[in-house]
Each structure stands twice: as C-alpha cells, then as structure tokens.
Design a protein around this ligand. Sequence first.
Ligand SMILES: Cc1cc2nc3c(=O)[nH]c(=O)nc-3n(C[C@H](O)[C@H](O)[C@H](O)COP(=O)(O)OP(=O)(O)OC[C@H]3O[C@@H](n4cnc5c(N)ncnc54)[C@H](O)[C@@H]3O)c2cc1C
Length: 343
Amino acid sequence: MREEFARSGAVGTAGGSAMSLAAPTILEHGSDDVRGRLLRPAITGEHTWCQLFSEPGSGSDLAGLTTRADRDGDEWVVSGQKVWNTGAVKADYGMLLARTDWDVPKHRGITWFALPMRQPGVEVRPLRQMNDYSSFNEVFLSDARVPHANVVGEVGGGWAVALTTLMFERTMAAARLAFVPEAAAGRCAAEARAEAEAYAQTYVWYPQRAGRADLVAAAHSDDPVTRQRIAQVVVRERTMRWNAARAQAARRQGRPPGPEGSLAKLAASEVARLSAQAHTALHGAHAMLAGDVVHEILVSVPAVSIAGGTDEVQHNIIGERVLGLPKEPSADADVPFREVRRN
Ligand SMILES: Cc1cc2nc3c(=O)[nH]c(=O)nc-3n(C[C@H](O)[C@H](O)[C@H](O)COP(=O)(O)OP(=O)(O)OC[C@H]3O[C@@H](n4cnc5c(N)ncnc54)[C@H](O)[C@@H]3O)c2cc1C
C-alpha cells in the first residue's frame, strides 16, 4: 500500500498506535457502529491513540489488572491507575483494559474500551526516562466515563481483544510514523509532514532503542573479535528482516498474526543487545559519554526487551504455543478474581 502512495506522490495513512494497534483491533473485534465512528479518524490521523494496558501491579501478568469499570446506564465509570503508557499525554483515545466482572476467573472478567482521554476523570503525568526522554506516562482514572457503545468485542471478552492488540504490537516495530512520501508536494503534504514531525517526537529515540545496527554495519575495526561481533549483528539483523517479511506475507494471505510476533520481538531484542555490545567494543569507554549517539543507544536498548511483553514472556509463549510444552503452573487462573490474593 505504501509503495502505491509513494508512486503517486500522495499523502498516506497516519501512523502510530492508532493505525498499527487500535485500527486493526477494531477492525477485527469492533461492532459496525464502533468501526463506523472510530476507524476513519484513526486512519486519517484526526484521532491519536495510546495503549492503557499495564498497571503498577500487572505488566507481564496483564490479566491480573485491577482498574475497574462499573456500568451506569449507557456509560461505564472507570477508576484505577495505568502506567508506561506511551504517547498518552497527546492521545485522544485510550485502548483501555478494565475489570468489569470480579466474580469470574481473571481472564474472563476484562473488557476492552475505547476511552475518550480528554475528560476531567483522566489525569496524565509524564515520566522521565533514563535516556532523558519522556515518552511514557502514568494515567490516573478517577470516575472517568466511557460510553457503553465504545466497548470493543464482548463485555468480559476483552482478553481475546487484548491478545489481538498485543500480536499486532509485536510485529509492528517499523510502522510507527505517519507516512508522507519524499515526492509529495503542496500544502496538504507540507501540513501532513509538520503533523507527522510533531507526532514523531515521542518516538525520536526508537531507532537508538533498536540498537542502530546500520551504524555497526558501517563500522570498521582491525580487531578480529570486534569484526566477528559486527558480522554477527549484520547476519542477525538481516535474518530478522526476512522473518518479518515472511510474517507480513502470511498476513497478506489472510492468516491472522500468530506466535511469529513473539519470534520477531525476541529477534529484535537480540539484535538490539548485540548491536549495543558491538558499539561498546568499537567505542570503548567513550561509549559512556553523555550526549553521544552511542550513549543514547546504550541507555535505550533495554526498552526493547520489556515493551510489548518481556523476553521471558515471549519465551513462555513460544514454549507453549510453538513447541507444545506444558503450560506454566498457575494458582489463580481458575478462581474468581475477587478471591485471588494480591498486593
Ligand atoms: C518503552 C516502553 C513502552 C511501553 N509502552 C506501553 C504502553 O504504551 N502501554 C502499556 O500499557 N504498557 C507499556 N509498556 C509497559 C510494558 O508492557 C511492561 O513494562 C511489560 O509488559 C512488563 O511489565 P512490568 O514492567 O510490570 O514487569 P514485570 O511484569 O513486573 O516483570 C519483571 C521481571 O519479571 C519477569 N517475569 C514476569 N513474569 C514472568 C513469567 N511468568 N515468567 C518468567 N519471567 C517473568 C519479566 O520478564 C521481568 O524481567 C511499555 C514499556 C516500555 C519499556
């Protein structure tokens, strides 16, 4: 699709989590009404979105979330706290997971909502990161309101909807930014370019968090061990791209995203780490100097192994769904959530 936009010099669809997470999730699970109201503004870039999944007490154990939503007529009233929410400070809508039933096991009492962010019950506080950027936020929800019409999927069926969002997240790495082809000229293109640039501020450090394998590949060293490290990065990075292309081809054939998302995420994490090690070998102690791009890479790379589900969680998914290993034992998967011990 992007190639066609580029060929005609036209401004393409918006990028970011609206286009790469919210839109495909709504397309797969939303009612006709939700699709009719929310898809178009997500695609044009009129609405920006953030993901309100993680909480201080539930990241890897996402199904243990405790933000609550209670029905009040045609609306739901939401209270709780979310954290690490990228871009929330600028978002119009949040992909919200909240608990709507406390008397069923944890995976069955969750609902996926499209939460309007610009309302008094939603307070967004930016967090400062160790690489000095401030992309993610804490979000405090105090009697925030969301129309019942904004439930995506079934009430209590939000876990399946969330898995769809997460599978798209694990395969999206390269689809972050709005798309304005180089050749596009005129006022529309200039405005789209300016908007894309403002939006992209949240993600300026993302190339560094991916490890900048391109800089490693272009580097020279007389040290044979360092040269081996460089070769290793190039090989892994290229294999990762081919695997990503294979997953995209499967999607084009209509197959839903599957565990290959976990493989892609793990590969990205490994490339980032290997690249960071190669940068360190190439630059020595200079790599630690603040202000240098290599320094930014070193303090940004750890994020890849955490965002969208940690490496350990991806290993568990691959073990269970690809290799058919027994499921991790769980003491709380079958008991009503109200009775689950939690801090
Ligand atoms: C750059 C970045 C952007 C993010 N953006 C968003 C966002 O927009 N929206 C959002 O909702 N969240 C976002 N997150 C949060 C992210 O999804 C969570 O940080 C992640 O799921 C891990 O949860 P946690 O931080 O609570 O760690 P924990 O779950 O507390 O994990 C701590 C450690 O324990 C390990 N561990 C936990 N459970 C298991 C297990 N069962 N088996 C083996 N090891 C285990 C983990 O691998 C990890 O090493 C973002 C995070 C980052 C770094």
